[in-house]
Design a protein around this ligand. Structure first.
Ligand SMILES: C[S@@+](CC[C@H](N)C(=O)[O-])C[C@H]1O[C@@H](n2cnc3c(N)ncnc32)[C@H](O)[C@@H]1O
Ligand SMILES: Nc1nc2[nH]cc(C(=O)O)c2c(=O)[nH]1
Ligand code: SF4
Ligand SMILES: [Mg+2]
Length: 242
């Protein structure tokens, strides 16, 4: 019986994973509330800004998993943990509960906080933030995340690129971690405000940025980088809970 509660912003799905290594895979999302970062372009401010903490529900691992089982009809699938920064929540019991029932676990985090339960994940996506975010990367914390995760999860880097400075940052990150698969994701410069769950979006602008990114990678013969859009954003725009 878990005693710690986890701050939950939303649980939704099944939908498809819209980003990174597991793109297209059916999944249920568990989004935790609270983040140690404030990225200038964050697309999930409703799970970040403390003004919205009254919308976050403290839940036990059992209650969360019961909701995931209900949504998935009891058939195991990949559970995607995101936020906010899910690394600041006590998620070990949830992972143990789900794994006992053959669910798989993927986590999205910026790599600023290392949690011991990272080693129980199937997939760990580390998404360090480039200059356009306004955040600084503490690479020693990032290394702690890799160390604590160990060899059990598949680990990938996913870097959001808005401009030349972010692109240079992504090249530096790739050089630091040459063995990690790398995904480049064009930034959405029209993320929703925290209080709007379906704000207008400039898809044409995002696609233009993606074409620019493809051209850059081709020009630089950066053949081990993979470039993917946020597929759910192409399908549903800034709609929340998809
Ligand atoms: C909302 S974050 C939550 C998990 C964790 N805090 C993190 O940043 O990795 C999930 C992913 O969305 C990306 N993201 C956030 N805002 C974005 C935007 N405006 N455009 C493109 N990707 C964005 C993040 O970089 C991260 O890879
Ligand atoms: N479908 C879908 N895919 C996603 N991949 C990462 C997401 C996130 O917000 O962390 C996300 C999301 O919110 N929806
Ligand atoms: S780290 Fe992730 S959730 Fe936190 S502000 Fe940045 S993009 Fe948003
Ligand atoms: Mg999102």
């Amino acid at each position: 019986m878990a005693t710690d509660t986890i701050r939950i912003s939303e649980i939704f799905g099944p939908t498809i994973q819209g980003e990174g290594a597991l793109i297209g895979e059916p999944t249920v999302f568990v989004r935790t509330g609270g983040c140690d970062y404030r990225c200038s372009w964050c697309d999930t401010l409703h799970a970040v800004e403390s003004d919205y903490r009254h919308d976050w529900t403290p839940m036990t691992a059992e209650a969360i998993f019961a909701e995931v089982e209900r949504l998935s009809g009891g058939k195991p699938l990949t559970l995607s943990l995101s936020g906010g920064n899910p690394a600041i929540q006590p998620l070990g019991d949830l992972i143990a509960l789900g794994k006992a029932k053959a669910y798989r676990f993927a986590l999205e985090t910026q790599g600023s906080v290392a949690a011991p339960w990272f080693s129980g994940l199937d997939v760990l996506t580390l998404s360090p933030k480039g200059p356009s975010s306004g955040m600084d990367t503490d690479w020693s914390k990032f290394d702690e995340c890799l160390e604590i995760a160990g060899h059990s999860p598949d680990i990938a880097l996913k870097i959001v690129v808005f401009d030349e400075a972010d692109y240079a940052y992504a090249q530096d990150a790739a050089a630091r971690y040459p063995k990690l698969p790398l995904y480049l994701q064009p930034g959405n410069h029209t993320p929703p405000p925290a209080d709007d769950d379906d704000a207008e979006i400039d898809i044409d602008g995002i696609l233009a940025r993606m074409r620019w990114l493809v051209d850059k990678v081709a020009e630089d013969q950066w053949y081990d980088a993979k470039i993917l859009p946020q597929l759910h954003v192409l399908l549903w725009g800034n709609l929340r809970g998809v």
